[in-house]
Ligand binder design. Structure first.
Ligand code: NDP
Ligand code: GDR
Length: 378
């Protein structure tokens, strides 16, 4: 039985990857941080009481900033594959916590590689590094491929640049099987609530139910190449199954503005939104309501009014330096790995909206029953 170790197992990708590897028959170990609340919501469905027979899923406390912990765990687990997904992954937050981000995202990658090397596992353990399209940053050329030069635009991206190159260096210096997946944005119903897609799908659901008035966002013109996390974890696994370790771009090849993503999300609940105005004064107004569609979703079509402003810009969401345009060229992954995404953007938006609408309805039901609902920072 193959043994995998996943850092960042409590995150979006960690959860999908753990499920994928378990289905493939792996024994999956995951590193989770000790925090003051439970943070295993995304993987609770995979967890079994360790006293039960044939359990193939085990969580360990740890942190990418603690090399003693990583060395001990790699020694204990002796993994065939390590997926280094753990990171402070929010670009805007990295401007506020730049040193910590460098430590966890940059040096954390080195700590994983050193654990493998110091323990003499360079010929046994394969390492996948969660690299990112944020490395491209300021546009040099599009679509971005494995040969496009990098120009990172945030402390997060600079930390990930170190991670990228230390993987390449250890591969060349120590003949390790280590590779970078340069993944473009990928989302899902369990995407973190403060990333723009999930923020939008949650808000569109709440607005449709009359539980929120306005969605406040930042740069509406930013363009992203959005795919589904379920498709992207398969690419991670494929990268570690090749004869030779190489780096791959994983993307859909289609780019869309934040503005258009918002329109698509509202469309799913029968609300047509039109944008007008410029920069900080831009706003999204309801111009049509598809009452039939609203009714089939069990929504009251009179909750949202024609002419209602449902989207406004708040400059607090602008970043000191922005990545304006990402569009990936996945040709190498398509041809060498045989990887093809199953979800396109409309299918992704639909999946996220269906899930959020259900979740918001559930929260509303609980609230009406007198139960307290958690609020999250944006
Ligand atoms: P998430 O933010 O959902 O998950 C990040 C995970 O890392 C969480 O499990 C988090 O733990 C853990 N983590 C954070 N800091 C540390 C630390 N110091 N030590 C150990 N674990 C830590 O990210 P995603 O799942 O979306 O992304 C996975 C990886 O892929 C990240 O490295 C991200 O930077 C990268 N990436 C993501 C893309 C995307 O579009 N999703 C695209 C390209 C790259 P906790 O739950 O406790 O917070
Ligand atoms: P990104 O994702 O920075 O691309 O990083 P995010 O969803 O945060 O932003 C995408 C774009 O939307 C613009 N934007 C907003 N973003 C947020 N979060 N909130 C807003 O209100 C808002 N309004 C507009 C942003 O300015 C940006 O242009 C994600 C993370 O998963 C990284 O870890 C990963 O490496 C990259 O994707 C690829």
């Amino acid at each position: 039985m193959k043994v995998a170790l996943i850092t960042g197992i409590t995150g979006q990708d960690g959860a999908y990857l753990a499920e994928f590897l378990l289905k493939k028959g792996y024994f999956v170990h995951g590193i989770k941080r000790r925090i003051s609340l439970f943070n295993t919501d995304r993987i609770d469905h995979l967890y079994h009481d360790p006293h039960e027979p044939n359990v193939k899923f085990k969580l360990h406390y740890g942190d990418l900033t603690d090399s003693t912990n990583l060395i001990r765990l790699v020694q204990e687990i002796q993994p065939d594959e390590i997926y280094n997904l753990g990171a402070m992954s929010h670009v805007q937050v990295s401007f506020e916590t730049p040193e910590y981000t460098a430590n966890a995202d940059g040096i954390g990658t080195l700590r994983i590689l050193e654990a493998v090397r110091l323990l003499g596992l360079t010929q046994k353990t394969r390492v996948y590094q969660a690299s990112t399209s944020e490395l491209y940053g300021l546009v040099q050329a599009v679509p971005q491929s494995e040969t496009t030069p990098f120009y990172p635009r945030s402390p997060y991206a600079v930390a990930k640049l170190y991670g990228y190159w230390i993987i390449v260096n250890y591969r060349e210096a120590y003949d390790m099987y280590a590779c970078n997946g340069i993944l473009f944005n990928h989302e899902s119903p369990v995407r973190g609530e403060t990333f723009v897609t999930r923020k939008i799908t949650r808000a569109a659901s709440k607005i449709a139910l009359g539980l929120q008035g306005t969605l406040y966002v930042g740069n509406l013109s930013a363009r992203r190449d959005w795919g589904h996390a379920k498709d992207y974890v398969e690419a991670m696994w494929l990268m570690l199954q090749q004869d030779v370790a190489e780096d791959y771009v994983i993307a859909t090849g289609v780019t869309t503005t934040v503005r258009d993503f918002i329109k698509m999300a509202f469309d799913e609940v029968g609300i047509e939104v039109e944008f007008s105005g410029k920069d900080e004064n831009e706003k999204g107004v309801v111009i049509n309501i598809n009452k039939e569609k609203a009714a089939t979703l069990g929504l009251d079509p009179d909750t949202v009014k024609l002419g209602q402003t449902v989207v406004k810009v708040d400059s607090k969401y602008f970043r000191p330096t922005e990545v304006e345009l990402l569009i990936g060229d996945p040709t190498k992954a398509n041809t060498q790995l045989g990887w093809k995404p199953k979800y396109d953007l409309p299918a992704l938006v639909k999946d996220m909206m269906e899930s959020d609408l259900l979740m918001v309805k559930k929260d509303d039901y609980l609230k009406k029953g007198g139960f307290k609902i958690m609020n999250y920072f944006e």
